[in-house]
Write a protein that binds this ligand. Structure first.
Ligand SMILES: [Zn+2]
Length: 98
């Protein structure tokens, strides 16, 4: 979900010819809620990233199990950096064990 799509969604929830009513404000809040539900926050991703990387290295099914984390990693350079660092460490340790 990018910013442009969010703005489109918000615009669609308003009737531009009317004054902002309570209903419109509620609709706006609803849109914001649904946007938040669709993606992960950085905090959420940080709590799941260990598990994600372990699955990625171990069974290669991380993307299927946690698509929202994958989506967030694609969008967020900070979390992606963390993910790549962890992946690097895990791949090295799993090679050492073999
Ligand atoms: Zn992030």
């Amino acid at each position: 979900m990018n910013i442009r799509a969010i703005i489109q969604k918000i615009k669609k929830s308003f009737n531009p010819h009317e004054e902002l009513s309570n209903e419109a404000v509620l609709g706006f809040l609803h849109v914001l809620e649904s946007v938040q539900e669709e993606g992960c926050s950085c905090d959420e991703v940080f709590t799941k990233i260990d598990e994600y990387v372990e699955r990625e290295v171990d069974k290669k099914d991380a993307e299927d199990l946690m698509p929202l984390v994958r989506e967030h990693l694609d969008l967020c350079p900070d979390c992606c950096e963390e993910y790549e660092a962890l992946l690097d460490v895990l791949e090295k340790t799993s090679k050492d064990q073999k």
